[in-house]
Design a protein around this ligand. Structure first.
Ligand SMILES: *[C@@H]1O[C@H](CO)[C@@H](O)[C@H](O)[C@H]1NC(C)=O
Ligand SMILES: *[C@@H]1O[C@H](CO)[C@@H](O)[C@H](O)[C@H]1NC(C)=O
Ligand SMILES: *[C@@H]1O[C@H](CO)[C@@H](O)[C@H](O)[C@H]1NC(C)=O
Ligand SMILES: *[C@@H]1O[C@H](CO)[C@@H](O)[C@H](O)[C@H]1NC(C)=O
Ligand SMILES: *[C@@H]1O[C@H](CO)[C@@H](O)[C@H](O)[C@H]1NC(C)=O
Length: 399
């Protein structure tokens, strides 16, 4: 059974009578369930045993808890339901939901699977040198959340349970039995109202419908650094144990290394204006992410002879080879003996690569995201409006 609970270090505060009542109802209803299991299905001893463990466990720890549910799929219902977005987008949304749970002191009911967008799931990146497999994609349209994240680790900060767990079905049936204190279905209610207004704060289960644009729209302050409760690095550093272990092995082999993340793919796409001229949202990106420009730009940060790990969605074989004139280059594909048996989709691969990038002595991003970041380009990452003519000439800066 998937129950992930954090041990609270702080002494427990005295609980309100409502909570104690809630708790008793929960215990009673579980005991009731347990006994009905006994009488209807005496042979199901495993289920019985697990239920017993659940009761004991909860009597000690989580029975007072309240729960927060945002739906069984990240960004659903809404415009990303049909297609589903890339890992970064979905992580922003998940982080927003987790922050709300943290803010409300509620256990978060986590979708048990993450949807995988086929356009973000091309296998090519793994085998840059091998032309044959370029068009292979992974078949899966979703993957188990616990194949990406270590939910026990997450629960040390924000308690989570999965929405396919037995505990979640207990919570649902309990919430129904509790009447008006059981569940509140809300949409468009602010976080602080959920915390402060008693018709929400005392409810056992809050079933929240988030913005149909994206879950993360609920975190309007997400660009205000001091309003962010969980850092951007939170989910990346919560990678599942098998991803963490694989990254550790690769990092050990790389030794002392620097790294670059080279975003091309969708980011360099152009469209024609009404005069048939190509335009791009990132006019210098195609240029700045080519090997000779990278070589020029990073030489001031990465001394010759260093090991340079390259993570990229560029799939042209040999695209980065010119960099090997100055650096000892390595890709995820150099470690296919570790990666191939383990990785089932690009989201896992991306998480693994991210752990390797995070372990570099110097890490150079594609775009500057933070004041102190080193970056390959000076184009801003966020530009959704101004389409400019791509630039391929040098700016005059010498190498
Ligand atoms: C949530 O818990 C923190 C500490 O664990 C406490 O300071 C805060 O008052 C709690 N908030 C609510 C709404 O219970
Ligand atoms: C990769 O395969 C395509 C089609 O099979 C071929 O046209 C292309 O030249 C190959 N590229 C390299 C670098 O081998
Ligand atoms: C949550 O609320 C939505 C919208 O009201 C509803 O469709 C859904 O069935 C509810 N889910 C649960 C688990 O109560
Ligand atoms: C940023 O968030 C903090 C903490 O919630 C808040 O006090 C501050 O007013 C916010 N700043 C802006 C510019 O919204
Ligand atoms: C990684 O593989 C490339 C060929 O794809 C090779 O040139 C390079 O030396 C390898 N790097 C390491 C660190 O083994």
């Amino acid at each position: 059974m998937a129950i992930y609970r954090a041990q609270k270090n702080k002494p427990q505060k005295p609980r309100s009578p409502v909570l104690i009542l809630t708790a008793s109802i929960l215990v009673i209803s579980i005991l009731y369930l347990l006994s009905s299991f006994n009488s209807t299905n005496g042979s199901s001893s495993n289920t019985q045993k697990r239920l017993k463990q659940f009761v004991t466990f909860n009597a000690k720890n989580t029975v007072y808890d309240k729960y927060l549910y945002w739906g069984n799929r990240i960004d659903c219902p809404g415009k990303h339901c049909g297609s589903c977005e890339g890992l970064g987008h979905q992580e922003s949304s998940l982080r927003c939901a987790l922050e709300e749970a943290l803010f409300l002191n509620r256990t978060f009911v986590m979708p048990s699977r993450m949807c995988i967008n086929p356009i973000h799931n091309k296998k090519g990146i793994l085998h840059q040198a091998n032309n044959e497999s370029l068009d292979d994609g992974w078949a899966a349209s979703s993957c188990a959340m616990d194949s990406l994240y270590d939910l026990k680790l997450i629960s040390k900060i924000v308690p989570v349970i999965l929405d396919n767990s037995e505990m979640w079905s207990q919570i649902l049936s309990t919430s129904l039995k509790m009447g008006s204190k059981g569940v509140a279905h809300v949409a468009g209610v602010t976080r602080s109202d959920l915390k402060e207004r008693s018709q929400y704060s005392n409810i056992f289960l809050i079933n929240r419908t988030a913005s149909p644009l994206s879950w993360f729209m609920e975190c309007k302050d997400r660009n205000n650094r001091s309003a962010i409760m969980l850092p951007y690095s939170f989910l990346p550093s919560m990678a599942s144990k098998k991803l963490q272990d694989a990254a550790d092995k690769i990092k050990l082999d790389l030794g002392d290394y620097d790294a670059i993340h080279v975003r091309r793919g969708d980011k360099i796409k152009t469209r024609k204006d009404r005069h048939g001229v190509d335009r791009s949202l990132h006019p210098h990106l195609d240029r700045d992410t080519r090997a000779e420009f990278i070589l020029c730009r990073i030489s001031k940060w990465v001394p010759a002879g260093r090991t340079l790990f390259i993570a990229s969605n560029e799939r042209t074989p040999g695209f980065f080879s010119p960099l090997s004139a100055r650096f000892k280059i390595a890709y995820a594909s150099n470690y296919s003996n570790i990666i191939d048996p383990l990785i089932e989709n690009n989201y896992q691969l991306f998480m693994l690569e991210r752990l390797i990038l995070m372990g570099a002595k110097k890490f150079i991003r594609t775009f500057k995201e933070d004041e102190n970041d080193l970056s390959l380009t000076d184009d801003p990452k966020k530009n959704t409006k101004v389409w400019q003519i791509p630039v391929y000439t040098k700016d005059g800066e010498e190498c």
